[in-house]
Design a protein around this ligand. Structure first.
Ligand code: NAP
Length: 481
């Protein structure tokens, strides 16, 4: 450090805690520098201080920033701050990176951690980290920490987000960053060279990527069944009997759409697993890739299941409010009064009572298991389960849930399946349509658990291959090309 730089550091240095001045500065290896005193810079600085690091902020205006920064940190001009630590976090927007060019000498040999993100994908021709490396070729740039937010950093180690991804050319530089990340309570995952930086920068821009397909399916199914039921009930009643029952749209129709969509989505959650088993049986091996569509489908099973649970929950809520609806209360009162007025006697029908209770009981059991499936898909619960316990709940109890819910729907239909009045305008009611898929899934699953099929599929999953002895090993397609 030149004498001029030392005097510059002295004049620019602002210690944020008068008490800290008496404490000797930590060695360079225990000191880190943060360029930028914005939201992320401040949160990161606080977390670094809490982990025991000495923190030196580099700022354009060190004097005016001092009151904003966490206690115990120093704030200097960029040049002086760069001299104080080997590792420098760049918490500045990419468009301002050119301020680093005149600092090339001070930054030579330093590790620069690029924290930046963009507003949209492909905003710039090259990744921000690669751009930073081109501006300061003498430094070792590591991309990392950009998937954390200032908010989650401020929340401290109790925040659930514990992973940071890093990439860079220099192994030593990455190790230095991993050491800091570990001390901050994160687990750092090395993603490779700096060419991966663009992928890491795109990561925070993703908007529920695994939810997109399940959401589209649920919206599509809801819309299709809503219009189908609207025509079959409301429009049919208006056209054939001149009756206006449009008020039923809000609760009755919604309460038909929700269970229909829920049951179909639950079937869609279990169908890919069944298809994958049949594909493995057909191929006689598990060492071949599934087609992309099946892979994609399998990857979103959790989201399909959770959305399905959401629709089931709505169905339960809609069902619970039935007794307090005006139209229901009106018809019940009307019926009671007419029975009294006409002095009619109604007989208790045991068969109907059995049917009603069984139908409701299966619905309750199905929903109870549904909730259990939902709970066991939470990461914290998954972590507490062994693989066998998880697979027991998600597969065995999952299929049982599908069985209960399907049986609940069959009992709902009961003797109406064979009644011609059910088929308004020659169309089947929604609940009949929604039974097709779960019935197919359950039948296929039944086939899979028959002893002879189950034995073969278990052997395949344990690595057995049909005709493996005769086949030339070169013929088998590897999992990873
Ligand atoms: P910010 O609040 O706007 O702060 C950026 C800081 O950069 C300013 O406080 C300023 O510090 C410095 N700066 C501004 N203009 C400058 C210039 N022309 N030359 C040199 N320094 C300049 O931004 P931020 O939210 O902290 O984000 C910083 C970086 O982290 C961004 O690249 C962002 O994409 C990334 N990031 C942010 C978050 C987040 O949650 N905020 C999460 C992940 C990644 P001085 O005035 O002290 O110089």
């Amino acid at each position: 450090m030149t004498g001029q730089e030392r005097s510059e550091e002295k004049s620019e240095c602002v210690s944020l805690s008068p008490m800290m001045e008496a404490v000797p500065a930590p060695p360079e290896s225990e000191r880190v520098c943060v360029f930028g005193t914005g939201d992320l810079g401040r949160s990161l600085g606080l977390r670094l201080l809490q982990a025991g690091y000495g923190v030196v902020f580099g700022s354009r205006r060190p004097h005016s920033r001092s009151s904003l920064l966490p206690h115990g940190a120093q704030v200097l001009g960029h040049a002086a701050a760069a001299q104080s630590a080997h590792l420098i976090f760049i918490a500045v927007q990419r468009e301002h990176y050119d301020f680093l060019v005149p600092l090339a000498n001070q930054l030579k040999g330093k590790v620069l951690v690029d924290l930046s993100n963009n507003l949209r994908k492909n905003q710039y021709p090259e990744a921000n980290a690669e751009y930073l490396q081109s501006l300061v070729p003498g430094a070792e740039v590591v991309k990392g920490f950009n998937t954390l937010s200032a908010w989650s950093l401020q929340n401290g180690p109790s925040d659930a987000n514990r992973q940071v991804y890093i990439c860079g050319e220099s192994v030593e530089a990455k190790q230095a960053v991993i050491a800091v990340a570990t001390k901050l309570g994160f687990s750092a995952l090395d993603q490779g060279f700096l060419s991966v930086a663009r992928e890491l920068e795109d990561f925070p821009l993703q908007l529920f990527p695994q939810w997109r397909l399940p959401l589209r399916i649920s919206i599509g199914l809801s819309a299709a069944f809503f219009f189908y039921l609207l025509i079959r009930y409301v429009i049919y009643a208006y056209v054939t009997q001149g009756e206006d029952i449009s008020f039923r749209i809000m609760v009755s129709l919604a309460n038909q759409v929700c269970p229909i969509v829920s049951l179909i989505m639950l079937s869609l959650c279990y169908l890919p697993g069944v298809l994958a088993s049949f594909l493995q049986l057909y191929r006689g091996t598990k060492y071949r890739r599934f087609p992309n569509w099946l892979d994609r489908w399998m990857l979103c099973r959790k989201q399909l299941g959770l959305l399905s649970l959401g629709f089931a929950f709505l169905h339960v809520l809609y069902t619970l409010i039935i007794p307090i609806r005006y139209s229901v209360m009106f018809w019940v009162t009307e019926h009671t009064v007419s029975v009294i007025r006409e002095n009619r006697t109604t007989m208790f029908d045991t068969t109907t009572a059995w049917h009603d209770d069984s139908y409701l009981s299966l619905g309750i059991l199905g929903f109870g298991l549904y909730v259990l499936l939902g709970i066991t898909s939470l990461p914290s619960v998954i972590n507490a389960l062994s693989w066998r316990e998880f697979s027991f709940v998600q597969s065995k109890l999952g299929h049982l849930t599908l069985l209960f819910c399907t049986a609940h729907t069959y009992l709902y239909g009961w003797n109406r399946f064979l009644s011609s009045s059910t088929y308004k305008w020659y169309t089947p009611p929604g609940y009949m349509l929604c039974l097709v898929l779960p019935s197919v899934v359950l039948l296929l699953k039944l086939l899979l658990i028959t002893p002879c099929v189950d034995r073969t599929i278990t052997r395949i999953r344990q690595g057995w291959e049909r005709g493996a002895d005769q086949r030339n090993p070169k013929d088998s397609q590897p999992l990873i090309p």
